[in-house]
Design a protein around this ligand. Sequence first.
Ligand SMILES: Cc1ncc(COP(=O)(O)O)c(C=O)c1O
Length: 376
Amino acid sequence: MEPLFPFLDLKAQFATIRDEVMAAVTRVMESQQFILGKEGEELEGEIAQRVGVSAAVGCASGTDALMLALQALGVGAGDEVIAAPFTFVASAGAIARLGAKPVFVDIQPDTFNLDPNLIERALSGRTRAILPVHLFGLAADLDPILEVAKAHRLPVIEDAAQSIDASYRGSKVGSLGAVGCFSFYPTKNLSGAGEGGLLTTNDPELADRFRVLRDQGSRQRYSYEVLGTNSRLDEIQAAILRVKLRCLDAWTAARRRNAARYAAIFKECGLGDCVKLPVEPPGFFHVYNQFTVRCPERDRLREFLCRRGIPSQTYYPFPLHLQPAFSYLGHRAGEFPEAERASREVLSFPIYPELSAERQTSVGRAIAEFYDKARA
Ligand SMILES: Cc1ncc(COP(=O)(O)O)c(C=O)c1O
């Protein structure tokens, strides 16, 4: 059955900002300056200030942000980088594409993020960085990760693609490690009209390297001090992102309201024992890029909801260590049990800011119907 409403309704968002977005696009069209202009520079300044870092550097995607971060830190062939096995492919993929080895460390079952207690034993003489992901809008437990990193003089690269404005013990994600990597892909909390990404850092030398690497390794036209790539954030994206950035506080508040509303609805529907809700540990500020629950009968539940037109998504159905693209690493099922169990049990429901209470209630009622039938 066709979903009764979308999983993510970007048209509803656009309806609220149409005039400002169209004016921003027109402004760029009138200027005919499309690459490395004023809009990008302004956006970098606005995001740096918001995240609480000295520099932000735009680039073409979140994937490129990860590549540029690793490259700027000197990661290359034969090196190892600590990575999460339960996440989007881009972080481990960037490590591997630079010739380095992603060394997976299992996740915590409640937060879905890297388990800091397991990092130390995964380090070797070849480890060059630790790359935690702040998954679904919740920061990884950064203090113990930073502690291990400091003890071993390793930089931490934060994959904050899903978590702009999330915070950890009072600091925004992207401000605590050596580098923060962000994505403006359309499903993100701050999204462009296409692809886009950004790096944050407090290290001026690193920021300078990002700028050179994103522009073909060039500081001066037709002079190449290193080999870089073409990964610049274009002016139309930057201008649109600047409009949306002004709405981000309200959108994050709406996502958090929706998360609280799901919790109340699920409780009211008697789902407390059936579905495990996302957690927000003390000192963490969750921005709910996804509202992801876990339940052992995930596949049957999803099928049931699908037949009733209730939208849901599985992020992510397979852990990275068991993906064909990483088969050369020789991992086997059972090596990262929490990542594997999460892949079997997670299910995400619509959480976008404009989502109505009625739609959230319809999600809760349909889930309750599934469990009532299962119990009968
Ligand atoms: C956790 C995570 N890291 C990295 C990326 C890559 O970002 P992009 O799609 O902008 O390349 C994404 C999302 O798409 C993501 O969710």
